[in-house]
Design a protein around this ligand. Structure first.
Ligand SMILES: NC(=O)c1ccc[n+]([C@@H]2O[C@H](COP(=O)([O-])OP(=O)(O)OC[C@H]3O[C@@H](n4cnc5c(N)ncnc54)[C@H](O)[C@@H]3O)[C@@H](O)[C@H]2O)c1
Length: 351
């Protein structure tokens, strides 16, 4: 892997850098010391990622004079809940972390969302650094400050906007990422192309993303940066990033979270694009382009759940406001629009 580092600054309510490249875990100590005043850190990680990278991060932080603790939870979406969140807060408190200390989220999107929410709420907010190790976390969840845990009724029902102080995306960690998790991340990568960047979409279609993964991550982060800096709190343009997500969250919920997030988003993007064709909003060629790329990246496009089951599950999602719901609809490859529809109409968009 190329050693060159890519660095971008996100200018949101907190200004922070996103650094992408190999070997960043080993350098974490120096980079975190630059944040100043940190004496203790808790590494938050799941039981698949911690055995792979926990000691590397611990030793890098200790070399920088930081006292390190670790909190390891069972991997998977099932841990993104209030119970694990409470256990984490109790642990941080036992370690006597103060507001000048740090949480380090080492893992995928589940770890980042859970750790970020704990950081936002412990003692009214302590700093946290994202170390994304899944492709999905690298291209999407580690940047932009959405933190949350799930409730029985749906995804991300409790959470807040809280930006990290730094994102260190060590691309070497992707070497151990299982094939299925790569595919899971590619759904979010394809999403960026569909909502705002047709040339990027077509390049992904022509050349396997794994061959230029560092640049793929950098381009996705750059697109997310652009959107987050215009609409940090998700009141306008940022909603475009939810393309495929309203139905996707419904799919995840119906499956009892056995269908991973990216696969569910792929199903949601395909369903929404089929509906857009039926409603005369986009052409059959756009649908074909999307279906071709989803097939190429071995992503699902259909689900066994009925439109009624999916609509009911999706309407519990946080994006429904009273009797209306916002959906993201493609007009063509590289351009999506936000539409507000009556909640009962959603079922007509699941085809
Ligand atoms: N906050 C946001 O803006 C945002 C955006 C998109 C998705 N999300 C959330 O992200 C979550 C999905 O993220 P995810 O797909 O990363 O899930 P995840 O965190 O569960 O990681 C997926 C699996 O990959 C394993 N893994 C991660 N990195 C690895 C590595 N380098 N080597 C080996 N195994 C590794 C994990 O242990 C886990 O089993 C969902 O909860 C979703 O709601 C949040």
């Amino acid at each position: 892997m190329n050693d060159e580092r890519i660095c971008m600054t996100i200018d949101a309510s907190t200004r922070y850098d996103v650094v992408i490249g190999g070997g960043l875990l080993q350098e974490a100590g120096e980079r975190i010391q630059a944040l100043s005043g940190i004496c203790k850190a808790v590494i938050v990680s799941d039981d698949q990622v911690f055995p792979l990278y926990g000691e590397t991060l611990r030793s890098a932080l200790e070399k920088a004079g930081i006292r390190v603790f670790s909190f390891v939870f069972a991997h998977g979406e099932g841990s993104k809940n209030l119970h694990v969140y409470e256990q984490l807060l109790e642990y941080i408190s036992e370690c006597a972390l103060s507001r000048t200390d740090l949480l380090a989220a080492l893992g995928g999107g589940v770890t980042g969302d859970l750790c970020g929410f704990a950081a936002a709420t412990y003692q009214r907010g302590i700093r946290f650094v994202q170390f994304p190790t899944s492709l999905l976390a690298a291209v999407d969840s580690s940047v932009g400050g959405k933190t949350a845990v799930n409730l029985k009724n749906g995804k991300n029902q409790v959470g807040c906007f809280y930006q990290p102080s730094l994102v260190l995306c060590d691309t070497d960690t992707l070497w151990t990422l299982p094939e299925k998790e790569y595919r899971n991340g590619f759904a979010e990568v394809i999403k960026y192309g569909m909502i705002m960047n047709a040339p990027f979409f077509r390049k992904l279609a022509e050349r396997p993303a794994r061959e230029w993964i560092r640049e793929v991550i950098a381009q996705c982060v750059s697109m997310k940066r652009e959107i987050v800096m215009k609409d940090e709190f998700d009141t306008g343009e940022r909603m475009l990033l939810n393309f495929g997500h309203t139905l996707g969250h419904g799919v995840e919920k119906c499956s009892g979270y056995t269908i991973p997030h990216g696969f569910a988003v792929a199903i949601g993007m395909a369903a929404m694009t089929r509906a857009a064709v039926q409603h005369g909003i986009c052409s059959g060629e756009t649908l074909q382009e999307l279906e071709t790329i989803l097939e190429r990246y071995d992503l699902p496009m259909n689900t066994e759940y009925s439109p009624k089951e999916l609509a009911d599950a999706a309407l519990l999602d946080k994006k429904s406001t009273g009797s209306s719901i916002r959906i993201i609809v493609p007009e063509c490859t590289g351009r999506c629009v936000i539409r507000t529809i009556a909640a009962e109409e959603l079922i007509r968009w699941i085809v």
